[in-house]
Design a protein around this ligand. Structure first.
Ligand code: ADP
Ligand code: MG
Length: 233
C-alpha cells in the first residue's frame, strides 16, 4: 500500500524535482519521521501557521527551481515570535528574488524546529547492475571535509546498519563524545533500513535522492528528517 501511494506522489509531482514537502511525504510513508510543516503564500498566513506549530519555527522558500535553499538566503532558523515570522516571510522572498530573479516562488514553508543534535545525511545512487547503493554519514562539515560515509547494498537489516555506524570515523560524536548524550543509534539504524526499503521500491522512479540532514535528538531518543531532495528519473 505504501508503495502504490509513493508511486502516486512521484507521478503527481509536477516538476522533475520534488519539493521538500513532497519528498518528506514519501519518507513519512515509509515510516521516517519528518517535520510538521505547511506552505504559506502570505506573511499573515505564515504567522498563523507558526502559531499552530509553536515557536521557535523554521521558514524556507519553496521553489522547484531552487534546490540549495541556504545559498539564496532561503532558510531562516529559530524564528521566535509572530512578529519575526512576518519579517522572515518578507526577508526570504526578497532574498530569493534578488539571488534568482527568474525563479518562480511557490511560497514559504513554515516548519517545526528540531532541537539541535548530530546531523546525518543519507542518499542513494542507482546502479544499473547493483540497483540502489545507500550511503550515509555525519552531515555538515563531516561529510564534505572528511568524506566520512558508509555504503550499504540492500537488502540489509538494523544490525548491518549498526555495524556500519560503528565504522564511521565520527562514530564517537554519536556515542556522546564531548560530554553529550548518546544519540538514538537504534532509531537511526531503523531509519536507514526504512530509507533502504524506499530506495529499493522506487529504484525505477528516482533519479537522485538526498536526505540532508536527519537531526538526531541530543537527549537520546528520536530523530527527524528536516530536508529532502528527490528527483524523478
Ligand atoms: P538546504 O536546501 O540549504 O540544504 P535545509 O533545509 O537543509 O536547506 O536547511 C539548511 C540547514 O538548516 C540544515 O542543514 C539544518 O542544519 C538546518 N535546518 C533546516 N531545517 C531545520 C529544522 N526544521 N530544524 C532545525 N534545523 C533545521
Ligand atoms: Mg539540506
Amino acid at each position: 500500500a505504501c508503495y502504490s501511494e509513493a508511486l502516486r506522489i512521484m507521478r503527481e509531482a509536477k516538476d522533475d524535482v520534488l519539493t521538500e514537502r513532497e519528498g518528506k511525504r514519501l519518507l513519512a510513508l515509509y515510516g521516517i519521521p519528518v517535520t510538521r510543516e505547511a506552505l504559506a503564500t502570505r506573511a499573515d498566513e505564515a504567522v498563523r501557521m507558526a502559531r499552530t506549530l509553536d515557536f521557535p519555527v523554521v521558514m524556507k522558500v519553496e521553489s522547484a527551481e531552487i534546490v540549495h535553499k541556504t545559498d539564496v538566503g532561503g532558510v531562516i532558523l529559530d524564528i521566535p515570535s509572530a512578529e519575526k515570522a512576518a519579517e522572515a516571510f518578507e526577508q526570504i522572498v526578497a532574498s530569493v528574488q534578488s539571488h534568482r530573479p527568474e525563479a518562480k516562488i511557490a511560497g514559504v514553508v513554515v516548519q517545526e524546529m528540531a532541537k539541535s543534535g548530530p546531523e546525518i545525511m543519507m542518499g542513494a545512487t542507482f546502479d544499473p547492475q547493483f540497483g540502489p547503493v545507500i550511503a550515509f554519514g555525519l552531515g555538515g562539515i563531516w561529510v564534505e571535509a572528511l568524506n566520512d560515509v558508509q555504503v550499504l547494498l540492500p537488502p540489509f537489516d538494523a544490525a548491518d546498519v549498526q555495524s556500519a555506524i560503528g565504522r564511521l570515523r565520527g562514530a564517537s560524536v554519536l556515542r556522546g563524545a564531548r560530554g553529550g548524550a548518546t544519540a538514538d543509534l537504534e532509531g537511526l539504524a531503523d531509519c536507514i533500513v526504512k530509507f533502504g526499503a524506499l530506495c529499493t521500491d522506487l529504484a525505477d522512479e528516482i533519479g537522485e535522492i538526498d536526505i540532508n540532514p536527519v537531526i538526531l535528538s541530543a537527549s537520546g531518543t528520536g530523530l527527524v528528517a528536516v530536508d529532502s531532495l528527490i528527483t524523478k528519473k
